[in-house]
Design a protein around this ligand. Structure first.
Ligand SMILES: Cc1cc2nc3c(=O)[nH]c(=O)nc-3n(C[C@H](O)[C@H](O)[C@H](O)COP(=O)(O)OP(=O)(O)OC[C@H]3O[C@@H](n4cnc5c(N)ncnc54)[C@H](O)[C@@H]3O)c2cc1C
Ligand code: FES
Length: 552
């Protein structure tokens, strides 16, 4: 279990830096109060605030290289504080000049700015800082999106350069300090250019894995939910990595029929030696009945993983709202377990709705996690079962219940998983509360169509040895296939974007038109007869049998 915690808390670091940044201003005030600013007190105050502002802007710029060098991620939490204080002191620098040096005269101030070259740079730096200051809040970061925010804030280098030129032109005689600033800022700029030119090697996404796992343990969670724990048959860590919320696919053979089912990996990615699925025995359910009734500890099962884009890794936001109905608790459990294991410092709001008290899956574990982690808030509501004792909430999740439970819920991410009618109602309710639709993420627990009783299994064509040409018509790229890659894998290798989710032939996200040639597909569950008639293939399953052209 991983519990790596930074040696300095981000909140503490922020408060400490804010206190330190206030010190020069307070000292200046104190000196002014004592009448110790010297003969030319206005000039002294202008110079001091300007110098302090430049120091803080330089410190804000130093954070990124320092963090890369030291690997102290906590430094990032104080970068914006330095920037905001830089803006504060530079604004003060200008206000003192305007109020005490120019006697609040707009025309005299403007005249100075226009006629003195060093003021062009100083005033320019101040104007450029305004959009940076306005966008320095969390809400603006999420509104602009991380990438655009970062691009905009690269302006800080222009601000710092203009500030240094302003300083250099002003001091005339002793240029030691501005030159020192120029060297430091120049070094940091050089570092950024080198970092941009030689980015660290991109970590290759681990290939989707498929193979056999052994059932190590089976646990009865409730009257109709069992947890199956899988381990690597050869021991050691699992052969794949996943993100909390993703799922795996099972290849089952039931009564001679090939059946594929997806199950969320309810265990967290922090526990590398095993993964678990928690399966509800669905009434008349073909797959879940088979798992519940025939699976035994020690059995080997066919799995492919990881799949899905319904996940929360922890670095996307500082608060996560999880809303689950019934067995839809499994992805939420993976997220909660993972964040708790890692000592995540954000707030986790878990709302869990079930029909009966006896349906509460993971009841004891959730209570235990809640007791150990004050940042985990849990609300369980029972929608039926009036005769059974329950001192928690009752009834379906309502707007009033959410507002009482989650303070100031205006933005996501919100993760939603449960029966279809519940998800439809919850999404409408959340959007009505003002949460952007794009912030509400949901996962539907559905099965692919089950083969009709007695239907013949689909014959899978052999993929012959040898080299074949695969052409991506729209991208205008050709690939020589030698190693049995799927169309999706070949597309990824040459940077062509084909959407996907399950990578197991179940979800249909990767449907692509075959323009010529032939492909073999092991699983075609997601293709309807009409898809097949239109020449659609599943890129995640398709392996070229001969020279092939696809519409991608
Ligand atoms: C991404 C994802 C993650 C999932 N995670 C989980 C999880 O963590 N835990 C979990 O328990 N499940 C999960 N599921 C659901 C799971 O994959 C199965 O859908 C579920 O177990 C039911 O499968 P089954 O074979 O037992 O039932 P199915 O045979 O698929 O039947 C499902 C229901 O439909 C009815 N039905 C079947 N055929 C027909 C028909 N022809 N006409 C009318 N009704 C019919 C059945 O009576 C039954 O009520 C997930 C699904 C997805 C897509
Ligand atoms: S990615 Fe789901 S069918 Fe191909």
């Amino acid at each position: 279990m991983s519990t790596s915690k930074p040696f300095v808390d981000g909140k503490f670091a922020k408060h400490f830096v804010i206190a330190c940044c206030l010190v020069p201003g307070l000292l200046l005030l104190w000196d002014a109060y004592q009448g110790q600013l010297g003969v030319n007190s206005v000039n002294y105050a202008i110079r001091t605030t300007g110098l302090v502002g430049l120091v803080f802007i330089t410190l804000a710029l130093a954070i990124t290289p320092l963090r890369r060098l030291t690997k102290w991620n906590v430094l990032i939490s104080v970068r914006r504080n330095f920037g905001v204080f830089g803006f504060f002191y530079i604004s003060l620098h200008f206000l003192i000049f305007f109020a005490l040096d120019r006697d609040l005269s707009v025309s005299s101030t403007l005249h100075e700015i226009v006629t003195r070259v060093y003021l062009w740079f100083g005033f320019g730096a101040l104007v450029l800082m305004i959009p940076l200051a306005i966008t320095s809040f969390d809400s603006m970061v999420s509104r602009l999106g991380g990438k655009r925010w970062k691009k905009l804030h690269r302006l800080t280098y222009v601000v710092a350069t203009a500030g240094v030129i302003h300083y250099y032109l002003l001091v005339k005689a002793d240029t030691t300090k501005p030159v020192a600033f120029a060297i430091v800022i120049g070094l940091m700029f050089g570092y950024r250019i080198i970092a941009l030119a030689f980015p660290p090697p991109v970590k290759k996404r681990p290939r989707f894995w498929s193979g056999e796992l052994r059932i190590a343990r089976i646990v009865d969670e409730t009257h109709d939910v069992k947890t199956f724990r899988f381990v690597s048959p050869t021991g050691g860590p699992l052969p794949f990595e996943h993100i909390a919320g993703q799922y795996l696919n099972l290849k089952l053979t039931i009564d001679g029929n090939r059946v594929n089912r997806s199950y969320t990996i309810a265990s967290p990615p922090t526990r590398r030696e095993y993964c678990e699925i928690s399966v509800k025995h669905v009434q008349n359910g073909y797959g879940s009945k088979h798992l519940h009734e025939t699976w035994r500890e020690g059995h080997l099962i066919k799995v492919s993983a990881p799949a899905g884009k319904f996940y929360f890794a922890g670095d996307e936001a500082k608060r996560i709202v999880l809303i689950a109905g019934g067995i839809g608790i499994t992805p939420m459990m993976s997220v909660t377990r993972s964040l708790c294991d890692r000592g995540w410092r954000g707030d986790i709001y878990l709302m869990f709705s079930v029909k009966l008290v006896k349906d509460i899956v993971f009841r004891a574990e959730i209570a235990e996690l809640q007791a150990k982690h004050p940042n985990l808030k849990v609300l369980v509501t029972i929608t039926a079962d009036p005769d059974v004792a329950w001192d928690g909430e009752r009834g379906h999740i309502t707007r009033e219940m959410i507002e009482r439970f989650v303070p100031n819920l205006r933005r996501g991410p919100v993760m939603l998983c449960g029966p279809d009618p519940m998800m439809t109602a919850m999404r409408a309710l959340l959007v009505d509360m003002g949460i952007p639709d794009a912030d509400v993420h949901q996962e539907a627990f559905i099965s692919p169509p089950t083969p009709a009783q007695g239907a013949a299994a689909v014959e899978v064509e052999e993929v012959p040895e040898g080299v074949r040409n695969l052409r991506f018509a729209r991208a205008g790229k050709d690939v020589k296939l030698m190693n049995g890659l799927t169309v999706l894998e070949a597309a990824e290798d040459c940077g062509i974007d084909i959407p996907y989710e399950c990578r197991s032939g179940i979800c249909g996200q990767c449907k692509t038109r075959l323009l010529s040639g032939r492909v073999a597909m092991e699983v075609q569950d997601a293709l309807t007869p009409s898809d097949k008639a239109k020449g659609l293939i599943l890129a995640c399953q398709a392996r070229a049998v001969n020279d092939t052209i696809v519409d991608a």
